[in-house]
Write a protein that binds this ligand. Structure first.
Ligand code: ATP
Length: 431
């Protein structure tokens, strides 16, 4: 982990939040490369979930919501009891539930479980809205992005042509007063989530079918991003572990340097959210099947992933050291820069000019890095650490025959191609 944290700082992936003021625990700032990595990840997710599908639409709800929404979802109530937290897995228990605490201790088989002091947790981050002191209203920054989708269930139904089964996708920031933020960005106080709430008919076999579908769909997606198969696994939640309304829950876990850890969750939430919002808002949130006229509150299968956790696990999985060089073997689709362009020598204007033209041209379609400093070996090493999959070098032969060398990050092999072929080459590799 130390190596990953150092690489992230050195290359501009992730910095500690507000570092020059001594930091702010549990917050992280994404630098030039980190913000590109996150953007690529979110774009790929959105494409897969919204653009490529006919049964999912997107939305982008406000971070600040009417506080009643958090009462309805159970967050206000659930997070104000005195709780103790297991320092190993961060699960929290009501301090007065001695039996549950004892049972939990045995679940860590032989490991000594330490607990935090009982505290009145409020996981929701409070904020104050309004300009007049004393007349401000207390609100919460959203603790998860889910609620903004459920409260718009009716709006989406009325303004689009979706029919059950269908999903609503959303990406956005969430805030939690985590008492033990840690393991770099793994547990932060401000983080981003990408979620789909998939609404289905309230029927046991439909529920099972879609729950299993989303489990496999999400696992396949992470594999398609190049994460090593042996580093991913499902962990089904035991009945005792699940929220009382959850009909089934599974985590996809990653084999992190700090142990197998939750990557994302797939949750069968039944009709809990819509029923509660119907009750608390007094609005009818039922669905009428246009063909059978059947009316019901749909069930919801949720897939919820952290953007930051995904980015972290992708970085960890891609990190490799080969003959003393660090190579970040990110999938080309995720790599911050798709290609770097170099003139072999910075003091030869004809090389700089030709390379500059290629750089300007590729920039129209790709995020391209330019480097003319130092020797070529150092430039390759810097791009390897940044995860750039291809490096194009313009040398003296290029001036004669319009060819360039293109170097592959993972094999370190170079081939010569016509400069007019660079675009086709990249297209083939990146699609
Ligand atoms: P954990 O058990 O690790 O606290 P959780 O079960 O509370 O997570 P959910 O509420 O299901 O998490 O949130 C869905 C996803 O959001 C998680 O799988 C994770 O990827 C991400 N996430 C949740 N809390 C954090 C956090 N504090 N920092 C970064 N990502 C988070």
């Amino acid at each position: 982990m130390q190596k990953i944290v150092a690489l992230c700082k050195r290359r501009g992936f992730i910095y500690p939040g507000s570092e020059i003021y001594g930091g702010l625990g549990g917050t992280w700032d994404y630098g030039p490369l980190g913000s590109l990595l996150k953007k690529n990840l979110k774009d790929l997710w959105w494409k897969e979930m919204v653009q490529f599908r006919d049964d999912i639409v997107g939305m982008d709800a406000a971070i600040m919501m009417n506080p009643r929404a958090w009462e309805a979802s159970g967050h206000v109530e659930a997070f104000t009891d005195p709780l103790v937290e297991c320092k190993i897995c961060h699960q929290r228990f009501r301090a007065d539930k001695e039996q549950e605490i004892k049972e939990h201790e045995t679940s860590h088989k032989g490991e000594k479980v330490e607990w935090t002091e009982p505290m009145n947790f409020n996981l929701l981050v409070k904020a104050y809205l309004g300009v007049l002191e004393g007349k401000q209203s207390e609100i919460y920054l959203r603790g998860e992005i889910t609620n903004g989708v459920h409260v718009n269930f009716k709006n989406v139904l009325d303004s689009t042509r979706v029919r059950i089964p269908f999903g609503i996708a959303q990406i956005g920031k969430a805030f939690r007063n985590e008492i033990t933020p840690g393991n770099f960005t793994f547990r932060s106080r401000e983080f981003e989530q990408m979620e789909v709430q998939f609404y289905i008919k309230p029927d046991e076999s439909e529920g099972k079918k879609w729950f299993d579908y989303w489990k496999q769909n999400r696992m396949d997606w992470y594999l398609s991003l190049g994460i090593k198969k042996e580093n991913l696994r499902f962990r089904d939640h035991a009945e005792t572990e699940r929220a009382h309304y959850a009909r089934a829950a599974t985590d996809i876990e990653y084999n992190a340097p700090f142990g197998w850890s939750e990557f994302m969750g797939i949750h069968h939430r039944g009709d809990w959210d819509l029923s509660r919002h119907q009750k608390y808002s007094g609005q009818d949130l039922s669905y009428r099947d246009p063909e059978t006229n059947e009316e019901y509150i749909p069930w919801d299968i949720e897939t919820s992933a952290g953007v930051d956790r995904s980015a972290l696990f992708l970085l960890i999985d891609a990190y490799s050291e080969e003959n003393g060089r660090v190579v970040l073997k990110l999938h080309p689709k995720l790599a911050p820069y798709k290609v770097a362009v170099f003139p072999l020598l910075a003091n030869k204007p004809e090389l700089v000019e030709k390379a500059g033209k290629i750089y300007e041209d590729l920039k129209q379609d790709y995020q391209v890095s330019w480097d003319a400093r130092g020797n070529i070996g150092k430039r390759y090493a810097a791009q390897d650490e940044a995860g750039t999959p291809y490096c194009v070098t313009v040398d003296f032969d290029s001036l004669k025959d319009n060819t360039v060398t293109i170097r592959d990050r993972d094999s370190a092999k170079q081939e010569r191609i016509k400069s007019s072929e660079i675009r086709n080459f990249l297209k083939g590799k990146l699609s």
